[in-house]
Structure formats: structure tokens, C-alpha cells
Design a protein around this ligand. Sequence first.
Ligand SMILES: Cc1ncc(COP(=O)(O)O)c(C=O)c1O
Length: 381
Amino acid sequence: MQPKLPADIETPAYVVDAAAVERNMATAARIKRESGAKVLLATKSFALPAVFPMMRQTLDGTTASGEYEARLGRETFGKEVHVYAPAFSDTEVRHLLKLADHIYFNSASQLARFLPLVKAAGGKHVGIRVNPGYSNATLGGPLYDPCAPCSRFGATRDTLEAMPWADISILHTHALCESLHDGSVGLIEHVGRELGQYVRKVKTVNFGGGHFVNQPGYDVAKLIAAIKAFRAEFGVDVILEPGAGLVVDAGWLVSTVLDIHRNEKDIAILDTSASTHMPDVLEVPYKPPVVGAGEPGEKPHGYILGGKTCMTGDVIGEYSFDAPLKVGDRIVFADMAQYSFVKNTTFNGTPLPDIGLLEKDGTYRVIRKFGYEDFARRVGA
Ligand SMILES: Cc1ncc(COP(=O)(O)O)c(C=O)c1O
């Protein structure tokens, strides 16, 4: 169905659908109400302060991938701020102590290095990410499976016994990606079965993200039942921190046809790009839905949709349409709220590298430094 978008939107534009965000929040509200779990927004997936007031009414806070996202969560969302990264630097942890209430470490070595600092700051909840050895990612194979062989995510089983459990209050396991209820329930039951002795040492278990709770076909009642059973068995609090699942089908990327090129097939060149605006199309890879279009051959007029960059592989995919495309036509990509604008640059709020120049005489000059403001400005904070 064509969304009711104003005709004069300047393209390209990511357009977030406030009504869809609200619909998605109703699912989160039900999970919280019926299971007693807390639900956080993973800002790595969707960081748009303009709709945070709507999300804040339901969610318990945000979970960040580092300092910049933690600051965004603290300053623009409020409530609880959680943060996890595969590794922190000393400076980052010092800054995070002012921004986050819950800090999760990835390994025994990171914990040993930073625990004294965190304890000295007082009032922080310390988490350890554990690799549960459970795979259910439905997207992208090993590329999106946090428990793929040789994954860098989470303390491995053999390191758990020696963890300083007295100082750890949260056990964290993130293992899913666009998973339906079978994945969520499977993970919860797996953790109970395989890691129960460690669950009994903490106050809270965070089952990470990847719970695709608003996706058609996801049986929320099954998730709720699994959380309730887990809480009853272990007497712990439960946290979920989905990103994508909270903004399913909650936006579009609106673009315009700039030219129709012919080389064996008809190729529509757009004012958008897979490489720069939809990097997941190439990374996963996947073919995004286009409003009103079908698979090749399904409708009478076939086109390859291509981006406007010089990268040969900047191709979005092959589609078919009811009528021939012409210059000026609008092409609307659907489900573009999750992992879209956040992936253009500074994914995870990762600071951009300096740009420097090594002069001929050997001196080094920093031309441009980037900071939190560059990240925050991009998302309208
Ligand atoms: C630790 C952690 N938590 C939460 C999420 C959010 O996952 P999703 O957006 O798939 O729900 C991710 C995604 O990579 C993650 O790595």
C-alpha cells in the first residue's frame, strides 16, 4: 500500500512514521505489563530523539554501544542508560561513569581492568556479557550471529567460574538477530538450562536484542510465558533490549528516479544509494521492499534499481512495476527505520577517526577532529 506521503518531500529522505512507532510501542507495553520484564531501546538500531518522547512513555531507557550513544540516551531519552561494547578504553570508561548506570563488560580481562574504577565511582550496576553458544540469527548467516565460531562477543563458558560474581549484578546474553518467538524462547530456555548456576549468582538477566517482537508471525504470548517461567524459576529480573523489533516497518526511504539507463536491461538510477544510504543492502546482503513493486517478472516492467555513487556494486536490486518508470518518479523503500540512518556513518555512535596530514618534512597535522556533536547533529539532537 502506498503511504500517504506529502507530494513535495525533497528526496532522498528517510521518513519515520510516528503512527507505526506508536503501534510498535504497544507491543513493548504488553511485554512489560504481562511478563514484568524491562524493555530498553538499543539506540544502535534507531536513534531519533524527535520520537523519544513517544518511546519514553513505554520503555525503561536505552542501551548504548559506547560513549556517544550513552550520552545521547542520557541527554535526550533519560530513564536508565545501559552500555556495552566488545572493549572499552580507559578514557571511555571514565566518561561512561558520568553517563551510564549499567555498564556491561565483554570479558574477564576487561572486568579485571575496569572493576576497580567502576566500584570507586559507586552506584553502578556491573554486567558481564556471556556467549551462550546459542545460534538463531535469521538474517545474514554468521555475519549476524553473535555466537558464530570465533565470535568476539561475550565471555566464553570456560571463563565463567572464575568471574568476580560478587561484583556482578547482571548476566547479559545477546544471541539473536531478527528472530521470531522460537529464537527468543529458545534462548531463554537455553540460558536457564546451560547457565543456571551463574544466573543464580546475579539479580538480573538481560536477554539482549534481536527479539523481532513486532514482526508478523512473532507470537508475543510465547515470549511472555518464557520470561515468566524464567523469572519464577530463578527469582531474577529480566531485561530485553531490542532495537529493530521496536521499529518494524516504521519508516521509508523516499527517492526519485534521475535517469533510465539501458545496458541489456533497463536500469533506473536513483538519487539514493545502497552504499551510502542503505549499507545493509550490501552488507547482509538483502533486497529491501519497494512500495508497489514486485519481484522480477511479476509485473510487466522490469528494472534494476541502482544508486548514484561510482561504486560498481551500488545496486539495490531487481524489481518489476505496473507501469514504465520515468525520470522524476518516486521510489519508496519500506521498513527503513531500523539500521538505516544510523548506519550512514558513526554506526554505534563510534567516533570518527581524525583526518590528518603527514607533511613532506615529517610533521603531522590534524586537519579535522570529530566529536559527539557531529554524531548528535546527524540525528537531530
Ligand atoms: C548487545 C546488543 N544488544 C541489542 C542489540 C539490538 O539488536 P536488534 O536491533 O537486532 O534488536 C544488538 C544488536 O546488534 C546488540 O549487539
